[in-house]
Design a protein around this ligand. Structure first.
Ligand SMILES: C[S@@+](CC[C@H](N)C(=O)[O-])C[C@H]1O[C@@H](n2cnc3c(N)ncnc32)[C@H](O)[C@@H]1O
Length: 191
């Protein structure tokens, strides 16, 4: 299914978020067979946006998470957009990922890091599981977006994480791109 048909089928919120995620996905120029991990499945918007670009994605969230942000029936949306065959789900803890060192070309964490208890551990684990030259792409809502989220959806929504300090130990390269809704932090593990 093409992207505009999927946006119409999945509704206004998906469409808006997709328009924030998709230009960054394009700019990353990932190889078609890239090994991609999406941390914090939620509604599946990140995984579906990647799959609509024909990438295979492994995605997962914390099995014990009973919050309003988890278990959001991403599969139904993926099926609607006819991309469910490109998405594999496995539950895992982002703070202690069950993956070998250097398993992925890129890790995405979209709108999820501020919901994970230990964001530094999650970043450290992301650094561990990417290959040399691999990337980590973290979308965190900007100041205005947090205001909108609190006003329209979740009154007690947590603050976004500022990732500029996370790099002190690992010293990956960091580029920050702005979208209407997100700050996208793109780290690269350079030897
Ligand atoms: C708002 S949702 C993310 C939205 C999602 N990325 C999307 O594109 O639709 C937050 C997610 O973080 C997950 N999460 C929270 N703590 C976690 C942890 N320790 N490990 C893995 N996922 C976690 C939640 O279960 C939930 O899936």
């Amino acid at each position: 299914m093409d992207k505009s048909d999927a946006k119409k089928l999945l509704g206004e919120e998906f469409s808006f978020i997709f328009d924030n995620l998709d230009p960054i996905i394009q700019e990353l120029k990932l190889e078609k067979n890239s090994k991609i991990l999406d941390v914090g499945t939620g509604e599946g918007m990140m995984a579906i946006a990647l799959a609509l670009n024909n990438y295979h994605v492994l995605t997962g969230e914390l099995e014990s998470d009973e919050s309003e942000y988890a278990k959001k029936n991403w599969l139904k949306s993926a099926q609607k957009a006819e991309v469910d065959h490109l998405i594999t789900y496995t539950p895992f803890d982002a703070e202690k990922m069950p993956f070998e060192d250097g398993s992925f070309d890129i890790v995405f964490i979209a709108g999820a890091l501020h919901h994970i208890e230990d964001s530094q551990a999650t970043y450290d684990e992301s650094v561990r599981v990417i290959k040399t030259n691999g990337k980590i792409c973290i979308f965190e809502p900007n100041f205005r977006a947090i205001g909108i989220l609190r006003e329209k959806k979740f009154a007690d929504h947590p603050d976004a994480v500022n990732l500029r300090d996370f790099n002190r130990v690992h010293k990956l390269s960091l580029e920050i791109k702005k979208t209407l809704f997100y700050d996208a932090y793109i780290f690269q593990k350079i030897e």
